[in-house]
Design a protein around this ligand. Sequence first.
Ligand SMILES: Nc1ncnc2c1ncn2[C@@H]1O[C@H](COP(=O)(O)OP(=O)(O)O)[C@@H](O)[C@H]1O
Ligand SMILES: [Mg+2]
Length: 316
Amino acid sequence: MNASQNIQKNETRDLQRAYTRDLEDYLSKGGERALGSAYEIGRAALADGLGVLEMAAMQHAALAQVLQRVGSPASLGQYLDKAQEFFGESLSPYEMAHRGYRDAISALRQLNETLEQEIQRIAHAVHDEAGQLLFAARLAMSSVAHDLSPSLQGRLQEVGVLLDQAEKQLRRVSHELRPTVLDDLGLVPALEFLTEGISKRAELSIRVQSLLKNRCDPNIEIALYRVVQEALTNITKHARAKNVEIQLTNVDKHLHCLVHDDGVGFDAPSVLSCKERSGLGLVGIRERLNAVGGTLHIDSMIGGGTELLIKIPVET
Ligand SMILES: Nc1ncnc2c1ncn2[C@@H]1O[C@H](COP(=O)(O)OP(=O)(O)O)[C@@H](O)[C@H]1O
Ligand SMILES: [Mg+2]
């Protein structure tokens, strides 16, 4: 047992002692003060990382000790009701924390919705406004071309070709930002569209394999699309990979998505625990998944590639 485990064990023992003492106090004298101390013990236990099951064990041990000392009280039912009350009070910090967690998740969902609307606005602006400007530039160039010598006309044509490429690229990026195919046809075609573009731009082979039979909730589809988008951005930015595999399956009422690359890998635990080294991408992935009740597991080894396993509960 290491030093911190030792400290933790001592703290738990102290809490157990305080719990037993105050429970006994409450059972014999009642009163708000003893109930207040149940609340304080619950708060301390929560801060020490004790779970609800450990609290139940604490209640059980305390009650067993108190009953041993008291013997059989005249009204055992009343006695147990009071013990239950004390226990409930010690759990109320947990209840509050749980409520706070639920509020945070719902705020996160709302934030994601706002983010999606903003992305949609940018995608439209890029597609419509920038696209129209480029088109106008193209028209202006062809009207100027009449007044130029043939050699300058040739050079202007080259500029035109570049403008066409820029327009195509903008169109592609704006569709990837918020693909209508995601709403119309679902996750798998949207991922195929996304990976096709990234594959060409980054010279990377990306394979999407899906065993999904049905479409899922739109919130899950968009969350997973964003997660895979960020995972692929990381691969193109950091991994120096040649091949990427994306696999989608349903396992026990969960959607599993595996993103595997054969790149340089990284020391995930130390990157994740170090604020300066970890960017917003992986944190963003976790937050996206939190909002739909999903989880992320990262398996990476330096020199051995990276695998992200995403699990999201779904109704089947
Ligand atoms: N597929 C990957 N291959 C290698 N390294 C990765 C991969 N994904 C993430 N990383 C490492 O994890 C770090 C954190 O990633 P992320 O949170 O997305 O932040 P950012 O991309 O902004 O650096 C990256 O800087 C990189 O070192
Ligand atoms: Mg990133």
